[in-house]
Design a binder for this molecule. Structure first.
Ligand SMILES: [Zn+2]
Length: 311
């Protein structure tokens, strides 16, 4: 079976000021990397607009409207110093969530084996009713809830290896034992949450913080010790990856030293658990990653691993 790749030109229309790391070139470099013939077998689709009711599975409907209203007709607007809206932001965010939902739809129905969605703005900092950290709608949270409500998934595991802690995803599922949220991230670093002692109301939040300067060994150790056994024991019906690539050694926003091989390793480990627990169902969603070369190479390696290609 094949791997689904979802993107949409609207992802380029969410504009940020010159010098902002979360920029349209991130998508352009991914698109360019995935033109290579080794990716000829990808099933390529455009991200549809998410229905507001679908995003409302993870956010209050009034919040969705507030993002629409905050989107300027011209120029730029801002929620905070980092979180910027341009005229194309609302559509891009709707398609970001829509792409995640489409990926879940096709993976849960067995139309494809797994999926990667390369959309921006990213999602994992978006809390229930608060945009922050470049994020507006929490695509991973919408994907998990959609799998539960529309496809009968009982348990969904979200694994977040973005270098920043996914405070938004943790916030949304803090009291929900049906979704396991596991994160590796550099600490201390933005947004400041993600201590190992933050476990959620039912112990279904797993934080494995890493220290500045840590590389692949520390990352793999944290995955082996804290993340993988919990994901396996949770017996998920779907594995969602919050795939940020800013823990790459080249990334300018953080100080971990992962390589493409580390992302491939983690991808394969999660695919193994998914194979054993849920027919291989993996939906991977782009989060951060701000060095264009590190991002492009890491995404290519990650998608090739999803396709089952040898590293
Ligand atoms: Zn990040």
């Amino acid at each position: 079976m094949s791997t689904l790749y979802i993107c949409h030109p609207a992802a380029l229309q969410h504009e940020t000021p010159l010098g902002h790391p979360e920029r349209a070139d991130r998508i352009r470099v991914i698109e360019r990397m995935l033109e290579h013939e080794r990716f000829a077998g990808l099933v390529r689709e455009q991200a549809p607009l998410a229905e507001i009711e679908t995003i409302a599975l993870a956010h209050p409907e009034a919040y969705v409207r507030a993002v629409e209203e905050a989107t300027p007709r011209s120029g730029l607007a801002q929620i905070d110093a980092d979180t910027i809206l341009s005229p194309g932001t609302y559509e891009a965010a709707l398609r970001g969530a829509g792409g995640a939902v489409q990926a879940v739809e096709e993976v849960m129905t067995g139309k494809v084996a797994n999926a990667f969605c390369a959309m921006r703005p990213p999602g994992h900092h978006a809390e229930r009713a608060q945009a922050m950290g470049f994020c507006f709608f929490n695509n991973a949270a919408v994907a998990a809830r959609y799998a539960q409500r529309r496809h009968g998934a009982e348990r969904v595991a979200i694994i977040d290896w973005d270098v920043h802690h996914g405070n938004g995803t943790q916030d949304i599922f803090w009291s929900d034992p049906s979704v396991l949220y596991c994160s590796t991230h550099e600490m201390p670093l933005y947004p400041g949450t993600g201590r190992a002692s933050e476990r959620g109301e039912h112990g279904t939040v797993v934080n494995a913080p890493l220290s500045a300067g840590d590389g692949g060994d520390a990352f793999r150790e944290a995955f082996d010790r804290a993340v993988l056994p919990r994901v396996d024991a949770f017996r998920p019906d779907l594995v969602v990856i919050s795939a940020g690539f800013d823990a790459h050694w080249r990334d300018p926003l953080a100080n971990l030293n992962l390589t493409e091989a580390d992302f491939v390793w983690a991808t394969v480990k999660l695919m193994d658990i998914a194979e054993r627990r849920c027919g291989g169902r993996v939906v991977s969603l782009l989060e951060g990653g701000y060095d264009l070369e590190g991002l492009g190479r890491s995404v290519a390696a990650h998608v090739a691993a999803l396709q089952g290609q040898p590293a």
